[in-house]
Design a protein around this ligand. Structure first.
Ligand SMILES: *[C@@H]1O[C@H](CO)[C@@H](O)[C@H](O)[C@H]1NC(C)=O
Ligand SMILES: *[C@@H]1O[C@H](CO)[C@@H](O)[C@H](O)[C@H]1NC(C)=O
Ligand SMILES: *[C@@H]1O[C@H](CO)[C@@H](O)[C@H](O)[C@H]1NC(C)=O
Ligand SMILES: *[C@@H]1O[C@H](CO)[C@@H](O)[C@H](O)[C@H]1NC(C)=O
Ligand SMILES: *[C@@H]1O[C@H](CO)[C@@H](O)[C@H](O)[C@H]1NC(C)=O
Length: 446
């Protein structure tokens, strides 16, 4: 406003300006020089007279409270040591040589303006604004949940002591003062909007007043994945491991020669287990998709696989339930379409689970990259899931190999028995498991 050309200012503005400036000038004249001093509670302060006074003839100390003034002491050169008025009696020392006043054991209630008038005739005066402060306590720094893309609040809270300023730093570099907002005089908040990797680091706040300062720091580590997405990742890993194990269970019989193919009761349990595992892994895969969409909102790239997975869940469930409880029903399913649906459900399920979970894990990993945390360690989970889920298949295979061995052994025994008969020694019966052509099932896909 003052840089305006005077002629451009309308008359009313001049009046306003004059109205503003006159009282200010008057206040400055009436106030005289003002000096500021800060002291800690319990400490001592020396209140001096103006430095340009060389000879002290008379001194008057007053305490100003608002418009009132209360006399502390009055002294004339040559007279006796002055009486010091309450509440300073006993805790103030007056130095007649230079007129200064020494206050001991100051309290917060001693804060205020102290006015000294020297050599009354010359009206030499000085006002000292004394602030008696408690030292600031160590600030408490805390932050809200640190998940990428969200808005994070870093709070600096000073429990004790009047705080004048709270200054923020990131990795030792001061942040602009307007970055921090005061919620109250002793709480400052730093907003980090849409947090990303670059917001990770060490944040510190320096709370200070006239007599003390304290600094606290906090390491801010931003997680790329929310707890829900971390769960989604774990579930996806379990789903893909289940799918891989059931894929193994599906491929194994196919790789066997037609003659030695696993069949009968063992085949029944193998198909129940693999089909059931495909069903469970599809349920898990669709759960991860739902968890992802709950965080990120629905998208067609996730809804279509969800529908496919639901279909796989229903078909594999029906197949494994039928094979478990009513295997004889399967023989009556003569329809080619039904047989094909059932034959392709499990392998198709494995492929869809692997594809959808890979896509999900890729997305989750991309999300993780926005934070600065270690990737969730899923190795143990993957290994233990694989071990546990592969156990039943291993057991079935072991049983199968023993059976195969027995068949050979049996042939050998038959030959041996013939010999034993001729030799006259006792016979030995192996305890073998014979594959049953139970219920007439031989192979689903056949
Ligand atoms: C005034 O005198 C006292 C004692 O002689 C001394 O301690 C104090 O520092 C002096 N004050 C000033 C402002 O020089
Ligand atoms: C001391 O300084 C003040 C301004 O700070 C001035 O008004 C006053 O005249 C000076 N007194 C002497 C004795 O120089
Ligand atoms: C200052 O004035 C207020 C009211 O104006 C009073 O309550 C307070 O006790 C006074 N303080 C001192 C130190 O005189
Ligand atoms: C904290 O702030 C005070 C007052 O501004 C300053 O004197 C002090 O050096 C600061 N401390 C650090 C570690 O920056
Ligand atoms: C922050 O992390 C650094 C190293 O990464 C470490 O030296 C420091 O002690 C940590 N500070 C806090 C407050 O945890």
């Amino acid at each position: 406003m003052l840089t305006c050309h005077p002629l451009e200012l309308p008359g009313t503005s001049w009046v306003l300006l004059a109205g503003l400036l006159v009282p200010l000038q008057w206040a400055a004249e009436a106030g005289g020089p003002l000096e500021r001093k800060a002291a800690a509670v319990g400490s001592s302060v020396l209140l001096p007279v103006p430095d340009n006074v060389t000879h002290v003839y008379s001194v008057q100390w007053e305490y100003l409270n608002g418009t009132e003034s209360r006399s502390i002491l009055q002294h004339y050169r040559g007279s006796q040591n002055p009486a010091i008025h309450a509440p300073y009696a006993g805790r103030a020392i007056f130095h007649p040589s230079n007129g200064s006043l020494f206050l001991e054991d100051v309290q917060e209630t001693d804060s205020g303006i102290y006015k000294v008038t020297v050599n009354l005739g010359e009206r030499e005066s000085l006002k000292i604004q004394l602030e008696v402060l408690k030292p600031v306590s160590h600030p408490q720094l805390r932050s809200s949940a640190l998940v990428a893309q969200s808005t994070v609040e870093v709070l600096c809270d000073v429990a004790e002591g009047r705080v004048d300023t709270i200054a923020w730093k990131k990795d030792g570099q001061p942040l602009p003062p307007d970055r921090g907002f005061y919620l109250s005089s002793s709480i400052s908040v730093l907003y980090l909007r849409k947090v990303k990797k670059s917001d990770c680091g060490s944040y510190s706040c320096n709370a200070s007043n006239g007599i003390s300062w304290q600094e606290a720091s906090l390491n801010v580590t931003i997680a790329g994945l929310s707890p829900a997405l971390q769960d989604a990742l774990r579930i996806a890993v379990v789903a893909v491991v289940f799918a891989a194990v059931s894929g193994w269970g599906l491929i194994f019989p196919v790789c066997q020669s037609e003659k030695q193919r696993i069949r009968g009761e063992l085949w029944r349990w193998l198909s129940v287990y693999t089909c059931g595992l495909v069903c469970v892994s599809s349920v898990l895969a669709s759960t991860t998709g739902i968890l992802w969409m709950r965080e990120e909102g629905p998208s067609i790239a996730f809804i279509l696989p969800e529908i496919l997975l639901m279909y796989v869940v229903v078909v594999t469930f029906l197949v494994s339930a039928t094979v478990t409880f009513q295997p004889e029903k399967l023989i009556y399913l003569k329809s080619k379409t039904v047989q094909r649906t059932m034959g392709y459900a499990a392998p198709g399920g494995v492929v869809s689970v692997v594809l959808t979970t890979s896509f999900l894990i890729k997305n989750i990993y991309h999300r993780h990259e926005q934070g600065c945390m270690e990737f969730v360690d899923v190795t143990t989970l993957a290994v233990s899931t694989a071990a546990v889920s592969a156990l039943p298949i291993l057991a079935i295979f072991l049983r199968y190999h023993r059976t195969q061995g027995c068949q050979i052994e049996e042939q050998l025994q038959l030959a041996g028995r013939a010999q034993a008969l001729s030799n006259g020694s006792g016979h030995h019966q192996g305890s073998c498991f014979y594959p049953l052509e139970a219920g007439g099932i031989s192979h689903l896909a056949e």
